[in-house]
Design a protein around this ligand. Structure first.
Ligand code: BG6
Ligand code: MG
Length: 215
């Protein structure tokens, strides 16, 4: 039986993906990279900040030092955090509040398993904080998805066994990570059919039998 649901954040609970894209695009332009596209941005889903940077740099020809790369990642984050300033509850995706309230009513614990180091800021600005029992994010882990570390930490914080947790994800790397630590998964979002999750649905309510999922 499922006792806890661990949600990815970007693209699952909140619509921040475009903001990530704009911030990376701004950095890319500054570095003279003009061919970075939304298609490239898809490959950055669920991937850590430094690995996301590699996706951008791979579109150019210059080889940069580790020091430069850290500077670029920081710069992108500065642009991203500027965009997050305007974030509020309107950024919460469709069906999310309904789902979180349903889980609370059933006594199911709610965790976050996100690569983002901005998770606390985003939960605060969107008002989602009040629904969340435990957060595991980029600040808690050293390995990023598809490594399962972020979900294992979330389960530990929730005091649950991995098998008692269900993961909700919008990225392939997240689904692979869930499987690697024996957690069942629900894939959501525009690419839900291609994620290879145990269950999939465009949104968290459109095609989901939560009784079955939680059993
Ligand atoms: C993930 C996003 O949730 O967080 C990635 O899907 C992003 O695109 C990663 O790179 C890290 O986010 P942040 O906020 O720590 O730069
Ligand atoms: Mg995501």
């Amino acid at each position: 039986m499922i006792k806890g649901v661990i949600f990815d954040l970007d693209g699952v609970l909140v619509s921040t993906d475009k903001m990530h894209f704009y911030a990376w695009k701004k950095l890319a332009h500054k570095l003279g990279i003009t061919n970075y596209t939304e298609e490239d941005n898809k490959r950055q889903k669920g991937v850590s900040r430094m690995e996301s940077l590699e996706v951008v740099l791979s579109k150019g020809t210059t080889i940069y030092s580790r020091e430069d790369k850290l500077k670029f990642a920081e710069e992108k984050n500065k642009y991203y955090v500027e965009l997050l300033e305007s974030l509020d509850s309107q950024a919460v995706l469709i069906d999310v509040i309904e789902t979180l309230e349903m889980l609370k009513d059933r006594g199911v614990l709610i965790g976050i398993g996100s690569a983002s180091k901005n998770t606390p800021l985003i939960l605060d600005k969107t008002g989602l904080n009040k629904y969340i029992d435990e957060v595991s994010c980029g600040l808690d882990v050293t390995k990023s998805k598809p490594d399962p570390e972020v979900f294992i930490v979330a389960a530990k914080k929730l005091n649950l066994k991995n098998e008692e947790c269900l993961v909700v994800e919008d990225s392939k790397s997240g689904i692979v990570a869930a499987r690697a630590c024996h957690m069942r998964s629900l894939g959501v979002g525009p690419e839900h059919e291609q994620l290879g999750a145990d269950y999939n649905s465009l949104t968290m309510q459109s095609n989901v039998d939560w009784d079955e999922l939680l059993s």
